[in-house]
Design a protein around this ligand. Structure first.
Ligand code: APR
Length: 231
């Protein structure tokens, strides 16, 4: 049986595809405070702003293309059992061709019911509208896990992390929990790689190699190395 590689990705994974990260520049996300557009309270107070914000993000995602980092992860599947856990809501891992992608924070190209979180639908085109309703007749909202909401996929992600033979973390500031806690669920003896140009040495995690490169250059290089080493 091939070794299991768990990959945890964050916004930096898609930065070179032209999708902006959250915490890099001025602390604002496309000129908004994150809590003003990505929280249940924001949706309650100003649904138009939230809807429009996510429509524009969706347009941006649909115009973006996977980068060399996304593509390299697909190649890794030739030798390893690769499972990607992503904090990203874009679909660039899927469009690159990765077979196993778990979205912790939702998927921007889908909508979900405001009365039943299990009713999830693909969105045609880039715009979700007021008046678009679920089969129970209630308004649809972006299928995004907002700040203050539970992360329903977390137990599945934790189970995967505990079974890893190798962990690769790419492009995340590791500031948002519970996702960041996955790093600590992987057993100590498991080799771990962190690819991020601004990675901090102070993670307190055993057997962690820090690669201060972008996803577009660091991921293909690490994949080459792992492909030579076996599976
Ligand atoms: N390649 C790799 N990493 C990069 C690149 C790049 N080209 N460009 C930036 N980075 C790194 C930054 O150094 C930073 O550490 O990507 C990281 C982005 O961090 P955040 O913006 O905090 O994104 P992320 O960690 O994914 O945020 C987690 O927070 O806002 C919420 O739900 C949202 O999923 C998101 C979560």
């Amino acid at each position: 049986m091939s070794s299991s590689i768990i990959v945890l990705t964050g916004a930096g994974m898609s930065a070179e595809s032209g999708i902006s990260t959250f915490r890099d520049s001025n602390g604002l996300w496309e000129n908004h405070r994150v809590e003003d557009v990505a929280s249940p309270i924001a949706w309650e107070r100003n649904p138009e702003l939230v809807m429009n914000f996510y429509n524009l993000r969706r347009k941006n995602v649909m115009e973006a293309e996977p980068n060399a980092g996304h593509l390299a992860l697909v190649k890794l599947e030739q030798k390893y059992d690769v499972k990607i856990i992503t904090q990203n809501v874009d679909d660039l891992h899927e469009r690159a061709g990765s077979s196993n992608v778990l979205h912790l924070h939702g998927e921007i190209r889908k909508a979900r019911s405001t009365v039943d979180e299990n009713l999830v639908y693909p969105i045609n085109g880039w715009e979700l509208h007021f008046g678009d309703v679920c089969e129970k007749g209630s308004q649809l909202r972006p299928h995004i896990v907002w700040f203050g909401e539970a992360v329903p996929m977390m137990p599945v992600a934790s189970r995967l992390a505990r079974q890893a033979d190798i962990l690769i973390v790419i492009g995340t500031s590791l500031m948002v929990y519970p996702a960041a806690g996955l790093l600590y669920e992987v057993p100590d003896r498991v080799p771990k790689f962190l690819i991020d140009p601004k990675a901090s040495p102070a993670y307190g995690v055993e057997d962690l190699s820090i690669i201060r490169e972008t996803a577009g250059s660091g991921v293909p290089a690490l994949v080459e190395r792992l492909m030579e080493e076996g599976g």
